[in-house]
Design a protein around this ligand. Structure first.
Ligand code: 5RP
Length: 220
């Protein structure tokens, strides 16, 4: 199985959590794209989907899957999304695709968060993947200086604007020993819209697809 087949296998394993007739949330990225395609292929009659990015919204629209927004839907029973890294507590780094803020909002508004990924995303300690931080454009340099004080090396994602009209700083070389504390610390910097650390609201279920099949981890 190659990486793409593993992503599809993880997405396939998440399909059984979807209850027809409900409104669900979906995130963004290549693994989530497989999930969206499979929703259509299996003809799961969801009532509607709240998408966490414009790209996912477009893909859902192409499949004629009904869309709604979080202001109309209220809280959701289920959110399905990928991740860039996951630890054994199901805490995540997300935002490689830049949709971290909307992803965190939809995850926070959802009862169950199922994270789907290929097995390479599972790590002992978060932080090898540069931590994405969405910032208000005029605060870019100020926020970058504060991130240096936290011993990170922030790098502006060149030529990229988020769906919210903001910038992304990718923070390299962070040692994330206390994910919850770091999430709070970074989110407290003025000018930060959201950090791609999902520790306060980790996943509830992590579905990992590897060469030896599917592993399902739950928060312990
Ligand atoms: C987008 C994300 C994605 O879930 C994350 O980047 C994983 O993407 P992929 O499934 O393509 O590996 O957080 O903001």
């Amino acid at each position: 199985m190659n990486a793409e087949q593993m992503k599809r296998a993880a997405a396939e394993a998440a399909i059984k959590y979807v209850e027809p007739g409900t409104i669900i949330g979906v995130g963004s990225g290549s693994t989530t794209n497989h999930f969206i395609d499979l929703l259509a292929e299996h003809r799961i009659a969801v009532k509607a989907v709240v998408a966490a990015s414009a790209a996912s919204e477009n893909r859902l629209r192409q499949h004629h899957i009904p869309l709604t927004d979080l202001n109309s839907s209220g809280d959701l029973p289920l959110y399905v999304d990928g991740a860039d890294e996951a630890n054994r507590f199901l805490q995540l780094i997300k935002g490689g695709g830049g949709a971290l803020t909307r992803e965190k909002i939809v995850a926070s508004a959802s009862k169950k968060f199922i994270c789907i990924a290929d097995a390479s995303k599972k790590v002992d300690a978060l932080g090898k993947f540069p931590l994405p931080v969405e910032v208000i454009p005029m605060a870019r340099s100020y926020v970058a200086r504060q991130l240096v004080r936290l011993h990170g090396n922030p790098v502006l994602r060149e030529g990229y604007t988020t769906d919210n009209g903001n910038l992304i700083l990718d923070v390299h070389n962070l040692q994330i020993n206390e994910p919850i504390n770091l999430e709070r610390q970074i989110n407290n910097i003025a000018g930060v819209v959201e950090v791609g650390l999902f520790a306060l609201r980790p996943a509830d279920v992590l579905i990992l697809a590897g060469i030896d099949g599917i592993k399902t981890l739950t928060a312990s």
